[in-house]
Design a protein around this ligand. Sequence first.
Ligand code: ADP
Length: 386
Amino acid sequence: MDPIIGQNSAPSYTFQSMVEISHFQKDKLPPSKVKILLVEDDDDHAELFMLSARNYSAASISRAETLTDAIAIAKSQKLSLVILDLGLPETVGLDTLSLFLQSCSSTPVMVLTAIVDLNLGEEALKLGAMDFLSKEEITPRTLLRSIRYALERWSQKRKLEDSLADLQYFGSMAAHDLVSPLDAIHGFSQLIELELSKGKITEEALECLDLLKKSAQRSIVLVRDLQKLSSLGRKSIERKELDINTIVKDVCSNLSKLISETKGTVEASEVLPIRGDAGLVYHVMQNLIANGLKYGRDDVPPHVRVSSCIEEDYTVICVEDNGIGIDESDSTRIFLPFERLTGASDKKGSGLGLSICKKIVEAHNGEIWIESTEGAGTRFYFHLGS
Ligand code: ADP
């Protein structure tokens, strides 16, 4: 039987229970980078907890005896989990949890208390606790399991909160950005109607029709990019070795209209392979190459060159163009959604392309950055981490 960490129970480890627990999936215990803070004023309970947790987990575990100390530690360190006793010198019951969460809402908390009360447990979860454990019932085995589940629950909660915040942000920006092309479509249709009422197809009507088509095109690009972005949050990364030379060839045939419109050229030779999600990496390459063609200088045909190099442990892909370049002060801003620099308004685009690339690269644990000289071209670099 597992030893019990309970209010009235003395430590009762047996050789058998130690052996049994040491067999208990050691590889799946919380890893050493996990930092746990136990908030417990009772020395015996704290000692028993520390003994159990330290024996069976590689996580780093420290202790605070008061709520004030716990809040101070949680504010100054990045903790993975706080295990909170509800009966502390300053407060008792759910107030302890509420006060902690009011001050440290971004630290996950699990309650470990002597009080056995289902309702109290439910209330604690409603307040935001990741789990509610009774000292009377807990064993090292169930404690470790709860810690693992609490860490996973917290990570899922953070992901959900991030996607929700992204959705709200993109939703409001998209609504804002969709209004102008739709307004234009409405205005141009009225003008066309007026011109057609003259009984013939006038030059002005044809011009308005052309502008109407462009506005509709802008809305389509924006909606497509938003679709891509929202699907990213749901997609899991499937890494495999990718031949970038083949991807560049495919991208070029997809962009053949843009290449012939801009009289551009794209070159890639012996680019090293990288490990990533085929569809997502294709999207990054297509965006970077299309931008290299789109943001060319007047009277200089755009030329895009794809190359690679090894830096530290990573293969870095470089997409270089000879276009208008980007001022150093804009090198971060361009990766934010809907940010378009001066001179971009006459080019087709939604201002979402690079923010999608950044999201894709970061979803692979990688990085994307630029080097540029304004007026002389830009080099986009990315690697996909591991
Ligand atoms: P867009 O749909 O406007 O092309 P992106 O997110 O791809 O959106 O790019 C954001 C902005 O960064 C562009 O509007 C443009 O001002 C600038 N930009 C992107 N790529 C380049 C480049 N290769 N050269 C110069 N400016 C660029």
